[in-house]
Design a protein around this ligand. Structure first.
Ligand code: PLP
Length: 393
């Protein structure tokens, strides 16, 4: 039975929309205002200057000296570009498959007629160094190993620094390909220092701009490999993107307004600094997790990502919980995918979020739990997170 106030509140009050999804993520006002700038021509000097600024700052964010190429597509396009540019038909690809997004990279390699070894890891878990070593040893002829740094479907973090060491030692020529779509901006990811060959991300996640851009950087090793491969796509031919990159340009018409937004978002990222950015995400995720546990909400998985928190839906209000958050507080969290549908809910803290947002979402969750008659101590979630943020745990 629903508590009657849930319905009344919906009918009586204005509700401020609050997006807590791990992509698209909320856009800062500063960025939205800049995107209202009149369109500029992409071959004009003003745009070339803007691309130059973006390019330099993306290298900082990716921790790389290599070009970070900006493609006009969603994040998936960057993976497709990598595969179309780097690998031949029949080459072996190892795919560490621990969730919905990881699964996609196996499918993508199959579309390009690669010989795919899907390594299934239970959802919510990250592969361990020993298991990975064993697999790569058996398949040291693999052309690549794909890993998802932060698996958004399950909220799972994989220790890429450690996994990259394992792969490099056992199969020195295999390209280490990382889906950093929800880790770039949330987790430390040092492409050059960790000797990673491919890193991809998307605009609507940690970069705090709307959907529509993808980013990819390739190591020297990867570029050398690409030199011997006939590109299997025109639009997603990364050689063309790299040539244009050197001229602060793009091979095709880019999503100009998103580039303008990106320039503004990177102002904020640079001002905060990448280490502070990673620390903030770690803090917010710790706070939210502690708060949820304090109100008897069970967390999903064993290796939490700093981008998104995945927790089990309350048993008695499984159907009502997510819609009630939306109705009563304008809060959008998202349910699970595939086998996790109707089982978990996912709350984002990726990008434009602070401690107050975490307290607000926890307070709202508490009120909704109260409405559905869930048993917990009111105020405990907020109290716990707030004390953690204040440093008085
Ligand atoms: C969102 C996401 C993707 C897919 O990106 P699109 O922009 O939807 O193409 C891939 N991997 C992860 C981990 C994601 O979170």
């Amino acid at each position: 039975m629903l508590h009657p106030t849930a319905i009344n509140m919906n009918e009586l009050f204005m509700r401020k929309p609050r997006l807590f999804t791990p992509g698209p993520t909320p856009i800062p006002e500063h960025v939205m205002l800049r995107m209202a700038h009149p369109i500029i021509h992409h071959r004009h000097a003003e745009f070339t200057e803007l691309v130059g600024r973006i390019n330099r700052r993306l290298q900082y964010l990716f921790c790389t000296q290599q070009p970070v190429l900006t493609l006009t597509s969603s994040g998936t396009g960057a993976a497709e570009a990598a595969i179309a540019t780097l690998f031949r038909r029949g080459e072996k690809g190892i795919n560490i498959n621990n969730g919905k997004f990881a699964e996609r990279w196996g499918k993508m390699m199959r579309v390009y007629d690669m010989n795919v070894l899907d390594v299934h890891i239970p959802w919510g878990e990250a592969i361990g160094a020993e298991q990975l070593e064993c697999i790569v040893r058996q398949h040291h002829d693999a052309a690549c190993v794909w890993l998802v740094h932060s698996e958004t479907s399950t909220g799972t973090y994989t220790d890429i620094r450690q996994m990259a060491q394992v792969i490099r030692t056992v199969a020195p020529n295999a390209l280490i390909c990382i889906d950093g779509i929800t880790s770039i901006g949330a987790h430390e990811c040092r492409m050059d220092d960790w000797d990673i060959d491919v890193v991809i991300t998307g605009s609507q996640k940690g970069l705090m701009i709307p959907p529509g851009l993808a980013f990819i950087a390739l190591s020297e090793r990867a570029w050398a490999k690409a030199a011997d491969v006939q590109p299997r796509s025109l639009y997603f031919n990364l050689h063309k993107a790299r040539e244009a990159w050197h001229d602060n340009s793009t091979p095709w018409t880019p999503a100009v307004s998103l580039f303008i937004g990106l320039d503004a978002a990177l102002d904020m990222i640079i001002q905060e600094g990448r280490e502070a950015l990673w620390q903030r995400h770690a803090l917010l995720s710790r706070g939210l997790r502690a708060g949820l546990q304090a109100i008897n909400i069970r967390l999903f998985g064993t290796s939490p990502s700093h981008a998104v928190t995945v927790a089990y839906l309350p048993e008695q209000g499984k159907k009502d919980f997510i819609p009630l958050l939306k109705k009563t507080f304008g809060i959008t969290v998202i349910g699970g995918q595939d086998t996790l549908q109707g089982v978990v809910f996912r709350t984002s803290h990726l990008g434009y979020y602070d401690e107050a947002d975490m307290l607000a979402v926890l307070a709202s969750i508490e009120q909704v739990l109260h409405c559905i008659g869930f048993s917990f101590e009111a105020g405990r979630g907020v109290y716990t997170a707030q004390r953690l943020f204040m440093g008085v745990e």
